[in-house]
Design a protein around this ligand. Structure first.
Ligand code: HDD
Length: 754
């Protein structure tokens, strides 16, 4: 049966003490006894003994644990206490005057418990409220000392611990993961020289050019203020009203309507620092730089119908995927890439590198891979880590500096400022997840919730009584790049900022036809939800400046004429870009394997037990996640008499939770065939272009579900593998190949016939 197979499921060798019986034993890192400072003192540079890239820590050791050990708490074998450490005798009954009498004010145990509960919530993030985090490390491929003195790039193989938080933007803290939205991709590097936060998104451009407009943008996309609807959706009037009046958002909108805004997983999306940053080397020389994160697993997205259904089937779809991958030891990885260019090169570009609505085509400045990030540990506690982590674009370290991008400049203020109300005061940097691994010494004192106990009488500088300490680092410290600026103080923007459509066109026209169709469909969906016809028309008038086909397709979809294109700024340059194939997800190199893909195997009485056992084992050994899905839980008797335990029902595990389906011989009999959810399951698998594999009598279920046996153009469907019982073994290979290739988009018609 599959229980033996399940025992082979991958487990996370890093976590032998965290689950199962062993978790009840005290172990290193589980108590709050202070660690021996001498034995554990090491910088991440000293800890780095691995010259081999991508290697994993030894069993039971996790380099990202140690810094938090001083505050990790494990209550195994411990008595329940109050917050003052007083043992509690009875946690069930309040203190009363007589068994049926009133509760006493004296009951400090009751009052402490309830008071604490009453204050458990903190304000959610004003944007990016919904998120998921993980610990890991970054490892540099090579020294980048020629271009930056930033600590993570000091030498080949250098390891820097990181904490990453992925997020959606518009939804509230409890909203669904698969909404169409930009995804936040925020990385905190705990470097030897202080914390560096790279607070990026999964799209390389942004809606607006100037931070002055950010509160308006956020207000417009968030639920409308009078009735607080819709949740986690940009498909409403206020968002489209705002962006239709803000032509600079057009480029970003085309990205947001693309499949990138509905990733399959956090593990399969790119990340971008968005702005142009500066790198500065030890000699003070500077270059410009854009940051890219490329997922090692390749990129992959959902399709919209699937994303919408997932919001009901599993609102935690991305959070669960990230958590389970890490628990299973399938550690998500990204390569960090840099686009490095000089100020002189920047001046030659047809766009302004300070304009966050523009990207630098990879064909113009190639992306150089400089290191790899691995996420290998889930947080111990969501609130303490993922909720309390505070990112800030102003958190940079020597070797990294800002540019005058007016969006970035505003962000430098916003992030620290927002934490003061979200985390309740100026000492949020002392919360363990935010605390630097580098030592912190200054004369900032006091404030709410101060943790550090500063010794001595000196809390000012200069001083003689403290021997002048802490002293200024001079050349060793952070030095702002001495950029020469000599201008009038003005409110305005440079000329190149006035052109808004050429890169939107480059992006759209660089997509495959399938991706272009998805973009047009997404505009149609969102604008159909918009109630105000004038807003729809204004959006299309902007699109008419991007691509005639896009504008026509969206207008057709809304049953309207294409309006006259919106007017262009007369003095704006009119660049025309070559296509940039790197912008299409479908042409990017994908993953070759099927690791972590979820495959449903329909299971009922009379199925081919030996056949199921074989594919189950083969999928497991390729790192995939097979699941026996049946009408309900319980044991089924296969045709050969073997027993199979159904792992999840069709009701609890609908089609959208799986990347592919297998319909074995015998599935066409009995309750599976009589259940409406079986048909729905197969039709959704088909509609979402997922690989389908049936053998023997199982093929009859595909016929019963009315699935076409060939593509709309009459050719063979490479995602549809149907074999006789005798040929099932050979056909499995074709199925695995289709699975590695993700989806068969050639099935798609608009509207769908299935
Ligand atoms: Fe922002 C959160 C990314 C523009 C103001 N932003 C936030 C987060 C990410 C980004 C990933 C979540 C961090 C986390 O997980 O805790 N934001 C971006 C990117 C931008 C951008 C890539 C454009 C390139 N943001 C932006 C502007 C402003 C803000 C222009 C304000 C002027 N962002 C904030 C904020 C948030 C935030 C209000 C909310 C919670 C927080 O900071 O910690 O300060």
């Amino acid at each position: 049966g599959n229980q033996a197979l399940a025992a082979q499921m991958p487990f996370n060798a890093d976590k032998p003490f965290e689950y199962g019986d062993a978790s009840r034993q005290p172990h290193e890192g589980s108590s709050n006894t202070p660690a021996d400072p001498i034995a554990t003192a090491s910088t991440s540079a000293e800890q780095n003994s691995s010259a081999k890239l991508g290697d994993m820590p030894a069993d039971g050791v996790n380099r990202t644990n140690a810094p938090l050990d001083r505050v990790r708490v494990d209550s195994a074998d411990q008595v329940l206490t109050t917050n003052q450490g007083v043992p509690v005798a009875d946690n069930q009954n309040s203190l009363k005057v007589g068994l049926r009498g009133p509760t006493t004010l004296e009951d400090f145990i009751l009052r402490e418990k309830i008071t604490h509960f009453d204050h458990e919530r903190i304000p959610e993030r004003v944007v990016h409220a919904r998120g998921s985090g993980a610990h890991g490390f970054f490892e540099a491929y090579e020294a980048l000392t020629d271009i930056t003195r930033a600590a993570p790039f000091a030498e080949a193989g250098k390891v820097t611990p990181v904490f990453v938080r992925f997020s959606t933007v518009a939804g509230e803290r409890g909203s669904a993961d698969t909404a169409r939205d930009v995804r936040g991709f925020a990385v905190k590097f705990y470097t030897d020289e202080g914390n560096w936060d790279l607070v990026g998104n999964n799209l390389p451009v942004f809606f607006i050019q100037d931070a002055m407009k950010f509160p308006d943008l956020a207000h417009a996309v968030k639920p409308e203020p009078h009735h607080a609807m819709p949740q986690a959706s940009s498909a409403h009037d206020t968002f489209w009203d705002f962006v239709s009046l803000m032509p600079e958002s057009t480029h970003m909108l085309v990205w947001q309507m693309s499949d990138r805004a509905i990733p399959r997983s956090y593990r399969t999306m790119q990340g971008f620092g968005v702005h142009t940053f500066r790198l500065v080397n030890a000699a003070g020389a500077s270059v410009f730089c854009k940051f890219h994160w490329n997922p090692v697993a390749g990129t992959h997205s959902l399709v919209w119908d699937e994303a919408a259904k997932l919001m009901g089937a599993d609102p935690d779809f991305h959070r669960r995927d990230l958590w389970e991958a890490i628990e299973a030891g399938a550690f998500p990885q990204w390569e960090l890439g840099l686009q490095v260019f000089s100020e002189e090169q920047a001046e030659q570009f047809e766009f302004d590198v300070l304009d966050a609505t523009k990207l630098i085509p990879e064909e113009l400045i190639p992306v150089r891979a400089v290191g790899r990030m691995t996420l290998n540990r889930n947080p111990d506690n969501f609130f303490a880590e993922t909720e309390q982590v505070a990112f800030c674009t102003a958190h940079v370290v020597p070797g990294i500096d800002f540019t005058n991008d007016p969006l970035l400049q505003g962000r430098l203020h916003s992030y620290v400022d927002t934490q003061i109300s979200r985390l309740g005061g100026p000492n949020f940097h002392e919360i363990p997840i935010n605390a630097a691994l580098a030592e912190v010494h200054n004369n900032q004192r006091d404030g709410m919730h101060r943790q550090a106990i500063h010794r001595g009488r000196v809390n000012y500088e200069p001083n003689s009584l403290g021997g002048g300490c802490p002293f200024q680092a001079g050349q060793m410290g952070f030095q702002s790049f001495p950029e020469r600026v000599s201008e009038d103080k003005v409110r305005g923007k440079p000329e190149k900022f006035a052109e808004h459509y050429a890169q939107a066109r480059m992006f759209f026209e660089s997509q495959s036809l399938v991706e272009q169709q998805h973009i047009a469909n997404a505009f149609r969906f969102e604008l159909t939800r918009v109630q105000t016809p004038a807003v729809r028309a204004r959006v299309i008038a902007n699109l008419a400046n991007v691509d005639a086909m896009l504008a026509t397709s969206v207008a057709d979809g809304l049953g309207m004429e294409v309006p006259y294109p919106s007017s262009l700024a007369s003095n704006a340059p009119m660049p025309s870009y070559p296509l940039s194939p790197a912008l299409s997800l479908l042409v990017r190199p994908g993953s070759t394997g099927i690791a972590t893909r979820r495959i449903a195997i329909l299971t009922g009485d009379g199925v081919d037990g030996a056949g199921i056992e074989k594919v189950y084992a083969a999928l497991l050994s390729a790192g995939a996640v097979p699941r026996l899905v049946g009408v309900q839980l319980g044991t089924r008797t296969a045709a050969d008499g073997s027993r199979l335990d159904v792992e999840i029902s069709l009701e609890a595990g609908p089609s959208v939770l799986y990347d592919a389906v297998i319909v074995p011989d015998g599935a066409e009999q009995g309750r599976l065939a009589m259940t409406g959810q079986t048909v729905e399951f197969l039709r959704d698998q088909y509609r979402h272009c997922k690989p389908i594999f049936a053998w023997g009598g199982g093929a009859a279920l595909l016929t019963a579900a009315n699935l076409p046996s060939s593509l709309p153009d009459g050719s063979d469907d490479p995602g549809m593998t149907v074999a006789t019982a005798a040929d099932a073994g050979g056909a499995f290979e074709a199925f695995v190949k289709a699975l590695a290739g993700h989806r068969t988009f050639l099935r798609e018609t608009d509207p769908p016939t299935v």
